[in-house]
Design a protein around this ligand. Structure first.
Ligand SMILES: [Zn+2]
Length: 673
């Protein structure tokens, strides 16, 4: 009882502080927003009080009845409703007038003030909303659900290596996760990615238990007219899913997929790449929470602009302190894609998940948070900007944990990553030329080459921005006669994919070279006789670790500058080219060699265990896709009783098998008890 009184006092105090804070903020805003005028502080205070009452009384009715409209207009409907309520309120308050564009800007301004106040008060107003506004809704669904079965929510932090997670925990960036670990409810298990440490292969494995024949983020299918398949392609992703799905994915039993590449066979999908075309499935009740609080959408808009400001400050900091390695990011479009990934998708993912939890309908969900991966690509894996992105994600986990307290049935949270990233100056920054220029030089004049070495397409925002970004030229630090020569040749790049004789693709520090004059995969011997300089020239490069080719005489070979590994016969001659790449490197490569669309030549950059660096063939500071270092070491932070730590988890298919068996055995247990 005392607890309740204390809570009520705290709520009253908080409400007063927020109202006064909002009134002060509104008075200031009246000086900058045209159309907003207040003739006194009292008018400002009266406006926020009446608006608060109007929101509390009318908003739930308005959103319930217009949910479908709000979902399909995606935020714009909310802004209109907000504007309507503000207009209505301003008519009731003497001395206040809000007109024109100010109707929309005032709501966003108020949300920005609320973001600042919430961070100052270190209190989350979600709880208040669950208790006071959604209480009746929650009680109603609880009666309808009538199950005590525990649901599971998987939260993926895209691109976070286990070592960086531990660093973030030590430095206090992820207090919610640290608290779970300290309480003993959760523990961390590491796992090892397959070759091609990127979201396409990893999510195919985790969600569908099948990631064969996905050699990289992009690959060439010679038999289909040299078609380039892309994991995020709007028509490719659904096709890939039909190839990998057996209909029994991780989310097949009453599951939901949020912001993933593949659906895991869930029927309920929001922002799932393989199902983006199915807009008729877009509308679900999960959106209710996002729209149930009138300040959610304006808050997302305010955070969006704050993120753009933060990126600007970050760039200035890098310039002033001459942080290296760094990328010249130049284009303004990067600000927008970063904010889209970092803020928009993050907040919408959490809000719809809260909707799922409060509705209590689903048994399992899998959601991806892309923000860290995106920022680490451009800033490095443990740069302060990247760690701050984790801090924001930790807040999301806290919000979800809080929502579970109000859910009509028990839920558990699992946090995991699909791959890590590794740092290092790029191949082009180190050598002065990119992989295409090098191959062009080694293959000789007259060979038509098509390449796609552009940056991380494994992100929603990036997929839009990349066609614009890919022509950007980045800094080079060294010059040599070779550099001059290849620069001249760069001008000749205008080959179309259909007429190319060689197609070069990059996925982090993994390069794929397809020689497309021949439909079949060319052998080591054939490549050497057609292009005698190519393989020797590649392995001589200081920043290339090894290449994989298929020999007629010896089967698949890993060729390094000072030695060769014979994969078929499990031995090496000279120095072991895989020495730095971990005990399972040969197995991973052997598996990729067996893929239908393995490249004629697979190139992997060097990895230096001392400096923990790789060299990406894309222009990214933090990267992933190949073998070497922390990119291959993601983690699972799961309930301790799952005891995942007992098994060595090599490959995403193995992880799928374990997660699926945990879900199945928990369900079986709960049904018998
Ligand atoms: Zn990435």
């Amino acid at each position: 009882m005392e607890d309740k009184t204390k809570r009520n006092w705290r709520f009253l105090y908080r409400t007063l502080v927020v109202l006064v804070g909002e009134a002060v903020g509104l008075t200031l805003l009246a000086h900058v927003i045209p159309g907003l005028s207040l003739n006194s502080f009292a008018a400002a205070l009266a406006l926020v009080v009446v608006l608060g009452i109007a929101n509390a009384l009318l908003w739930p009715i308005l959103t319930q009845s217009t949910l479908r409209f709000l979902t399909y207009t995606f935020g714009i409907g909310v802004l209109l409703l907000n504007a309507l309520l503000i207009w209505f309120t301003s008519k009731l308050v003497p001395g206040a007038s809000v007109e024109g564009l100010a109707l929309v800007l005032t709501a966003t301004g108020l949300a920005a003030i609320n973001v600042v106040l919430a961070s100052l008060l270190t209190n989350n107003d979600d709880a208040w909303y669950y208790r006071n506004i959604l209480r009746r809704e929650i009680k109603k669904t609880a009666r309808a659900i009538r199950t005590e079965r525990k649901g599971t929510i998987f939260l993926e932090i895209d691109g976070l290596a286990e070592s960086v997670l531990r660093e973030a925990i030590d430095k206090g960036y992820v207090p919610t996760l640290a608290k779970w670990l300290e309480s003993g409810s959760h523990s961390i298990t590491s796992w090892e990615t397959d070759l091609s440490s990127q979201t396409g292969a990893s999510q195919a494995g985790i969600l569908h238990g099948h990631n064969q024949d996905l050699p990289a983020f992009r690959w060439v299918e010679k038999e289909h007219g040299n078609r380039i398949m892309v994991s995020t392609g709007l028509s490719d992703a659904p096709e890939i899913e039909t190839r990998i799905s057996n209909g029994h994915g991780l989310l097949v039993k009453n599951g939901a997929s949020r912001t993933n590449l593949f659906s895991g066979d869930a029927a309920d999908n929001i922002f799932t790449f393989s199902r983006l075309k199915e807009m008729r499935h877009f509308y679900t009740k999960s959106w209710l929470y996002l729209y149930s609080n009138p300040s959610n959408i304006p808050r997302i808009i305010a955070l969006f602009f704050w993120d753009i400001f933060e990126e600007f400050v970050g760039r200035v900091r890098q310039l002033v302190f001459r942080v290296k390695p760094r990328l010249i990011k130049g284009l303004f479009i990067y600000y927008l894609t970063r904010a889209a990934a970092n803020v928009f998708l993050r907040e919408v993912t959490t809000d719809t998940l809260v909707g799922d939890l409060i509705a209590g309908r689903i048994d399992v969900a899998y959601a991806t948070y892309v923000a860290y991966d995106e920022i680490a690509h451009h800033n490095g894996i443990s740069d302060s900007a990247s760690l701050r992105a984790l801090k924001q994600l930790d807040k999301q986990f806290h919000r979800l944990e809080l929502a579970i307290g109000y859910a009509p049935r028990p839920y558990q949270l699992v946090v995991l990553s699909d791959h890590g990233q590794a740092n290092g100056a790029t191949f082009k920054q180190r050598s002065g030329h990119d992989l295409e220029s090098l191959v062009r030089h080694l293959m000789g004049d007259g060979v038509k080459i098509y390449s796609a070495l552009d940056s991380n397409l494994d992100h929603f925002g990036q997929a839009v921005a990349d066609p614009i970004l890919q022509r950007k030229d980045y800094v080079t630090q060294k010059t040599s006669p070779l550099v001059d020569l290849v620069r001249r040749k760069e001008k000749e790049r205008s080959t179309r994919r259909e007429e190319a004789q060689a197609i070069i693709l990059a996925s982090g520090n993994l390069g794929l070279i397809y020689l497309t004059d021949c439909q079949e995969r060319l052998s080591y011997e054939q490549i050497n006789s057609a292009f005698p300089l190519l393989i020797p020239g590649l392995i001589r490069q200081e920043w290339i670790g090894f290449v994989m080719v298929r020999s007629n005489a010896h089967g698949p070979l890993i060729v390094g500058s000072h030695g060769t590994y014979f994969l078929r016969d499990h031995y090496f001659e000279g120095e072991d080219p895989l020495a730095n790449f971990g005990p399972h490197a040969a197995d991973h490569l052997r598996r990729t060699d067996g893929f239908l669309h393995a490249p004629d030549i697979l190139v992997n950059s060097f990895y230096d265990p001392q400096s923990d660096e790789i060299a990406a063939f894309e222009e990214l500071i933090g990267s992933h896709g190949g073998l070497g270092g922390t990119q291959c070491s993601p983690f699972v932070l799961c309930p301790t009783e799952w005891e995942l730590g007992h098994a060595e988890i090599i490959g995403a298919e193995k992880l799928h098998e374990l997660l699926k068996s945990k879900l199945n055995s928990e369900q079986a247990q709960q049904q018998t008890s």
